[in-house]
Design a protein around this ligand. Structure first.
Ligand SMILES: [Fe+2]
Length: 183
């Protein structure tokens, strides 16, 4: 794994399976090579374009938080539900780390260097571009499934346990920014 990816995503080190760990890192490496964004931009651009111009939380802060929430949730479910319901923590972690990797192809920079959704991203939102990048790096289908179903598009499909966890971790860290009760 190259140093840049290791610095960007220390959580990749949580994946115990060497092959899956290397493939997960390779997808981020490939996405950064194809993107208009650089690794350092991920600490400054907002994590979503759907919450207005005042959103300060960065892309990478949000993504890492989702990985931490998902993993903690998966471990708790194993603690209480195993063997009736078993969460594969490696698959869960890789899927959470890769869920939004396709956003690197979704974004373009406008004249003021602000991230906007580009033409490619309008045709193929990040669940699709993410699967495309992941398959190119030979990521297994159980992880591609998490990328494919983590967002609203996945509501049309039956999700695995790991995909449910990533979906909810992602949305619980998104909805309060988008629309919460303030009294
Ligand atoms: Fe997403």
């Amino acid at each position: 794994m190259n140093v840049l990816i290791q610095k960007l995503w220390p959580e990749i080190g949580w994946i115990n399976n060497t092959d899956l760990r290397e493939k997960t890192a390779a997808v981020w490496d490939l996405a950064l090579k194809r993107s208009v964004l650089k690794a350092e931009d991920l600490s400054s651009i907002p994590f979503t374009l759907l919450c207005g111009p005042d959103l300060k939380v960065s892309f990478i802060a949000h993504k890492r938080c989702v990985v931490h929430i998902a993993r903690a949730a998966g471990e708790k479910m194993n603690e209480f539900f195993k063997p009736d319901l078993v969460v594969n923590i490696d698959v869960l972690t890789a899927g959470a780390i890769l869920a939004d990797v396709g956003k690197l192809l979704e974004y373009e920079l406008d004249n003021d260097s602000r991230a906007i959704q580009g033409k490619y991203g309008k045709y193929l939102r990040h669940p699709f571009s993410g699967v495309s990048l992941a398959e190119e790096c030979k990521v297994p289908p159980e992880v591609c499934h998490i990328i494919a179903t983590h967002a609203g598009e996945g509501d049309q499909m039956k999700r695995t346990t790991e995909a449910y966890i990533v979906h909810h971790a992602d949305f619980m860290a998104f909805e309060p920014f988008r629309n919460r009760l303030i009294v």
